[in-house]
Design a binder for this molecule. Structure first.
Ligand SMILES: [Zn+2]
Ligand SMILES: [Zn+2]
Length: 131
């Protein structure tokens, strides 16, 4: 769904950030500017979600949360979505371009791709600090 942007009615302020400054603020998810996702989640963002969106590590589009790799951005300057990738000892969360792995982002490995993606969705995984 689209954001339900706040609109001033009968605004008489000398300078209004909404109608004069072009500030976008969604009355549903509470997102504004840096915390405004591509599409509206339909519910107020939690504080961790707001921080992650602001940091460019999380977005919501086409009905799904999209997580972006921290190391992909920090080390490679690339904004790549986190996916489950296979390794010799299981699956981990990381980023890839085509067939090539760019980063390994989770410290832990998971028994299946499904478990890795569930950990991603619930936030119960650990970010590697270094590539
Ligand atoms: Zn919204
Ligand atoms: Zn106004």
């Amino acid at each position: 769904m689209d954001h339900k942007l706040y609109q001033c009615r009968g605004c008489s302020a000398n300078f209004c950030p909404f109608c004069m400054g072009g500030l976008k603020f969604c009355t549903v998810c509470n997102g504004a500017e840096g915390t405004l996702t591509t599409h509206c989640t339909g519910a107020r963002l939690s504080v961790p979600q707001e921080l992650a969106v602001k940091a460019g590590r999380l977005d919501y589009a086409n009905g799904l949360w999209v997580h972006y790799g921290f190391l992909a951005q920090a080390v490679h300057g690339k904004r790549l979505p986190l996916v489950a990738l296979a390794s010799n000892d299981g699956f981990y969360l990381g980023t890839a371009e085509g067939e090539a792995t760019v980063t390994q982002e989770s410290t832990e490995s998971f028994a299946s791709a499904q478990l890795a993606l569930e950990a991603l969705a619930s936030g119960s995984w650990t970010q590697r600090a270094k590539a």
